[in-house]
Design a protein around this ligand. Structure first.
Ligand code: FE2
Ligand code: FE2
Ligand code: FE2
Length: 414
């Protein structure tokens, strides 16, 4: 592995990236964490050990890793047993299987929308009883959260008896009777529900981060995890398939040409993969709008690089990555967004990422047009340079290596 000295706290990275998943809720951005907290509390009532409780919390945070569309999120929120729900469970299973340190969560994610009576037909040939219980506990907590969602902060306790009854009424069909009993026991206390309020969630997260062992991951693993999240973001829109991967490759290519240190090239590659994480919060209809955005929609869209920053800055060792990613819409002339960083404070890496972002977007084919030719891209980049919107040195390097830059930006994923 290159850069042996480089390592990150895996739990911190996972917690931060779960913030990104939660953004898909748009206005309600703590679904995964609430499901994690409820599941861990039920696990404790069930007598499962501390390690299993921590696993249930992580599983809760990541269970909807296959959802990037705000429309899908809405269906899952509003319908008890939505026919389309299996798709995101399969997608999530596939993504988690690729990353060894989290691969043990893949099976429970696959079945977190499967009824208990169906799961029992699969045990033990297709899955272990333990994974059936894990998956079903997530399903239960997930449904409790959707029942409770309209009432958070608004007389939730008036509705608790009804929520408990709804869960009880599907014991043995949708949910394991044993898990329902644990939930009914745990949810008798006020604390179970008060724990789901934003401030309590924050403290819970702090406790969790301070606890247990903290496996570390190196650059190689970080890149795999970042590429998984880049695909979640890119899957949100058919306009952007493989965008983040192309940006990341092109940024690395340009950085190497410009003599950026190997360590920073690695970091820039990760920043490229994660630069549009904040787009998970942009509603599908804004992101995919075929025409021009109105003023309000533009404001929503332009907040995405700030959201990216909010997520990434929480990870120790990520300060460069967070800033470069956050600055990908900052312009050397100070006219970009959201910070309006003055030219002298824009690092070379941030300028490279900006050029890579625009270059890739132009080179990529879209449903309504094929990608631009190198000549069209050349003219457009020069025009943006002349307006102070792109760094001229970086653009020069891209133009001097046009064929290779095109290949880096648009290569199909391996
Ligand atoms: Fe789900
Ligand atoms: Fe962006
Ligand atoms: Fe982008």
């Amino acid at each position: 592995m290159k850069n042996k000295e480089f390592s990150f706290d895996l739990r911190q990275v996972v917690f931060a990236l779960s913030d990104a998943l939660d953004l898909v809720g748009v206005d309600d951005v703590a679904h995964g964490k609430r499901v994690g907290i409820m599941s861990a509390n039920c696990a404790s009532v069930l007598g499962w050990d501390a390690q299993e409780q921590a696993l249930m919390f992580d599983l809760g945070m990541l269970h909807d890793i296959g959802v990037s569309s705000t429309q899908t999120h809405l269906h899952l929120l509003q319908e008890f047993d939505w026919p389309g729900s299996q798709e995101h469970a399969e997608l999530g299973h596939g993504l988690l299987s690729e990353f060894l340190p989290l691969a043990h969560l893949a099976i429970p994610v696959r079945y977190h929308h499967t009824r208990w009576d169906r799961l029992q037909e699969m045990v033990p040939q297709q899955l272990s009883q333990q994974n059936a219980l894990r998956a079903n506990l997530i399903y239960l907590a997930d449904r409790v959260d959707t029942f409770a969602a309209p009432y958070y902060g608004q007389r939730l306790f008036d509705h608790v008896p009804d929520i408990r009854e709804r869960v009880r009424s599907v014991a043995g069909t949708y949910f394991s009777p044993q898990l329902v009993e644990a939930f009914v026991g745990a949810s008798m206390t006020e604390a179970f529900w008060l724990m789901l309020e934003p401030r309590a969630i924050e403290s819970y997260l702090r406790d969790q981060l301070g606890r247990g062992d903290h496996p570390r991951v190196g650059m190689q693993e970080l890149r795999v995890l970042a590429s998984i999240f880049s695909r979640i973001v890119d899957a949100k829109s058919e306009f952007t398939a493989t965008h983040s991967l192309g940006v990341s490759r092109l940024a690395r290519f340009l950085a190497e040409k410009m003599g950026v240190s190997p360590e920073n090239c690695d970091k820039l590659e990760v920043a490229g993969l994660l630069h549009d994480l904040g787009k998970l919060r942009v509603p599908d209809e804004v992101l995919n709008k075929p025409g021009k955005l109105d003023e309000h929609e533009r404001q929503i869209m332009n907040a995405h690089s700030f959201e990216t920053y909010q997520i990434l800055r929480k990870i120790d060792g990520f300060s460069d990555i967070a800033l470069w990613a956050a600055y990908h819409h900052e312009e050397p002339g100070g006219s970009g967004y959201p910070f309006h960083v003055p030219e002298e404070k824009l690092s070379l890496e941030a300028r490279i990422l900006r050029v890579a972002d625009i270059f890739q977007a132009m080179a990529q084919s879209r449903p309504y047009r094929t990608g631009m030719t190198s000549e069209q891209i050349r003219l457009f980049l020069l025009e943006l340079c002349s307006k102070g919107k792109l760094d001229a040195m970086v653009v020069d390097v891209a133009l001097a290596n046009m064929a290779a830059a095109m290949a880096a930006a648009s290569e199909a994923p391996q």
